[in-house]
Design a protein around this ligand. Structure first.
Ligand SMILES: [Zn+2]
Length: 260
């Protein structure tokens, strides 16, 4: 799928290995940003063809439904093989091309450590793609498949260099202390429903006793995590993030989160 050109830049783009990763790690935050008037987007690196149940087509339909619930303006899945997200030159160019097209101000990447290789590879791949996207002399269109490059060469401004101003890491999949959390108390319910839009995915976890026990268990786990990070921020539900940079403060009396 070729993205729509001529649209305004994205304010926030979330990148992840698999469809449903964004819903699990930062979906509430994306919804909150959209509700505040920002343009948000999701880039899934793979299409989910390795899933035990459900096809890539099922996943595409479910991802579109979830995107609608989270009010995202743009969503695309690349054709990187599921279960084989590798930090290759070709893959970096694919992501760099999206960065230049969508021109996000903020990029959310997965945390760079994790259990699933696709997740931590997506983190490094995303970071290095941002670096490439900012090299003005690099033409990212030429090394891609012919159908894409012939299209993109016709578009003026396509290869204008761009790097996100801010890169933050969604840490929910990994046990690491976040540097900040986003209050998603108001967004929690919709974010949970967006995750449940992946019907083919969550049916995998049933043990033949109907969908309700499985969903109740999933909900408990998701709620426990959101509660935990909410507690760290002094709110009900939150999503955790990490930034490599230090925080910059203008007014000490405005620093949130109570100390004592
Ligand atoms: Zn995943």
């Amino acid at each position: 799928m070729v993205s729509q050109h001529g649209n305004p830049p994205l304010d926030v783009l979330a990148l992840a290995a698999h469809r449903d990763d964004v819903e699990q790690t930062c979906g509430g935050t994306l919804l909150k940003m959209a509700q505040r008037g920002h343009r948000t987007g999701i880039l899934d690196l793979t299409q989910g063809e390795m899933g035990t149940r459900g096809t890539a087509q099922d996943r595409a339909r479910e991802a579109a439904e979830a995107a609608k619930m989270l009010c995202v303006s743009w969503r695309q899945a690349l054709d990187i093989p599921d279960g084989r997200v590798e930090n290759t030159w070709e893959n970096r160019l694919k992501v760099a091309r999206v960065i230049r097209e969508q021109r996000p101000r903020v990029l959310i990447l997965p945390y760079w450590k994790g259990r699933h290789p696709d997740h931590y590879m997506a983190s490094v791949l995303g970071y290095e793609a941002c670096f490439l996207a900012g090299l003005s002399k690099l033409d990212v269109s030429h090394a891609l498949s012919t159908q894409h490059s012939s299209f993109s060469e016709a578009i003026e401004g396509e290869t204008m260099s761009h790097r996100p101003f801010k890169i933050i890491y969604a840490t929910l999949y990994y046990d690491v202390r976040p540097t900040f959390v986003v209050d998603i108390t108001e967004q929690f319910e919709t974010r949970f429903q967006a995750l449940m839009a992946y019907k083919s995915q969550f049916r995998d976890q049933e043990a033949g006793t109907g969908i309700f026990p499985a969903q109740a268990e999933i909900r408990s786990r998701i709620e426990a995590m959101a509660r935990f990070y909410g507690l760290l921020g002094g709110v009900t539900y939150a999503e955790p993030f990490l930034q490599k940079e230090v925080g910059l403060v203008e007014d000490l009396t405005m620093i949130p989160v109570k100390s004592i």
